[in-house]
Design a protein around this ligand. Structure first.
Ligand code: GLY
Length: 448
């Protein structure tokens, strides 16, 4: 079967590895924004090809796929879904295990997702309102009388949400930020969602969806802030971990089940509202609160870095999951994961995210990394014709340690990071006992 992957980050390299591990003969093709050496090699070794082009151009992707006789496709990045690439591929006869533009609206239009949840009484939403005018937003913030979270309606690469007590000093700053977002109109949407601030621990729950059934994956915790101790600006995610039992050290099975139930309610609500099926990966970003999991947002794709945690553990055949997603025959038994802990550390350019050191050479000693028992996923890098690798403006490479315990997985990942050299840095504290203990204590305090 000929399968196309669109995208070129660490998430996409993990998707490519999982596809090429399939016992079915996958002829692997990739359409990428830059030459990721890991993805390029897999295409070369698996009878396919990698094309570098504009991944956000639906007809460029669809025409290339058609010319190569591609049968199935999977998409990595949110902006590609929002650009309508799946719609163009489907029109060209390529079956996609990723959502159509209208289905990906659950991610690219936060006002749509929140209103849908409210209309269909989906559990786990905070008090919120949607505004297209700054004055209305300011009045609501005053009426609410609580610290708020401000969210742009459109996509911002994961860096647009600001919360009072973290990126915003107080509700007055929040009001100002609403005005800025409405003016900026990210993703062409001149609106904001204003919500009460949620207190708790964040976690990610991802599930494969054929539009009717969900197959859940291990829960993951990402780390948004750039620097150790959860300091500094928000990033796309600096690293993440998952535990051997599929839960997180501060969550119960009941919390997990409740999160997945909310996701099921949401795809049902989406189907009722639009008549469409949500096919692909649904990503639930939750806050585990005193009252249980509350939805921060939905994404319509794998998380990055979270894909690296879960796909490294996937024992089932990813190519078969792709086919079953398309056919609408998916069940939980189709997504079996190794019962191990993972820790992913992202190496990022110095200065990331505000002023990343771009076009700097970086050397990754694959043999040493593998020898340390870790997995290397190339991310936002560019390979030159002579095989040298250069940073771009985003995250450089993800290193994943896998073991029976989180402690051991963290040690493996941390040790392996020394084999990447160049103008890059990473958070040494991700997955450490000390940081995880802090999460556990925080959750204990929240639960009371
Ligand atoms: N890790 C956050 C995201 O993928 O959106």
């Amino acid at each position: 079967m000929k399968v196309l992957l669109v995208g070129n980050g660490g998430r996409e390299h993990a998707m490519a590895v999982a596809l090429c591990k399939s016992p079915q003969k996958v002829q692997f093709y990739a359409f990428a924004g830059a030459r990721n050496p890991g993805i390029a090699r897999l295409a070369r070794e698996n009878g396919g090809e990698l094309a570098v082009g504009d991944i956000h151009n639906p007809s460029a992707v669809a025409n290339w796929a058609k010319s190569k006789g591609i049968e199935y496709a999977v998409i990595g990045p949110d902006a590609v879904l929002a650009a309508g690439v799946v719609d163009a591929l489907e029109t060209a006869g390529v079956k996609c295990a990723s959502p159509l533009k209208e289905a990906a609206r659950l991610e690219w239009d936060k006002t749509f997702a929140r209103n849908l949840m409210r209309k269909y009484s989906v559990r786990g939403i905070p008090e919120f309102a949607v505004f297209e005018d700054a004055a209305g937003a300011a009045r609501f913030i005053d009426e609410l009388g609580k610290p708020v979270a401000i969210k742009p309606a459109g996509l911002t690469g994961g860096k647009g949400v600001k919360v009072v007590g973290a990126q915003l000093k107080d509700n007055n700053e929040a009001k100002k930020y609403c005005g800025e977002l409405i003016k900026a109109a990210h993703g062409g949407l001149s609106a904001v969602v204003v919500e009460e601030r949620l207190e708790g621990e964040e976690f990610t729950l991802q599930a494969f969806s054929d539009g009717k059934s969900l197959a859940g994956m291990p829960a993951v915790q990402d780390h948004k802030r750039a620097f150790e101790g959860d300091l500094g600006p928000n990033t796309g995610g600096m690293g993440s971990y998952s535990d051997a039992n599929g839960l997180l050290p501060f969550m119960t099975q009941a919390d997990y089940d409740s999160g997945l139930a909310v996701m099921r309610q949401t795809i049902d609500a989406f189907n009722k509202e639009t008549g469409l099926l949500f096919k692909g990966v649904l990503y639930g970003q939750f806050m585990l609160t005193k009252e249980g999991p509350m939805v921060i947002e939905f994404n319509a794709r794998f998380g990055d870095p979270e894909a690296m945690n879960v796909l490294t553990l996937l024992e089932s055949d990813f190519a078969e999951i792709v086919m079953k997603t398309v056919d609408g025959t998916l069940s939980q038994g189709d997504a079996i994961f190794e019962k191990s802990a993972t820790v992913c550390k992202y190496l990022v350019p110095k200065g990331y995210p505000d002023s990343p050191a771009k076009d700097e050479p970086v050397i990754m000693d694959e043999l040493e990394i593998e020898g340390a028992g870790a997995h290397l996923y190339y991310a936002a890098v560019n390979e030159s014709d002579d095989g040298a690798i250069y940073t771009t403006s985003s995250r450089t490479a993800g290193i994943v340690g896998v073991s029976d315990t989180l402690e051991e997985a963290e040690k493996i990942a941390e040790y392996a990071c020394r084999f990447v050299s160049g103008e890059v840095f990473h958070r040494k504290d991700i997955g450490t006992k000390a940081l995880i203990q802090k999460r556990i204590e925080h959750m204990k305090k929240i639960r009371g």
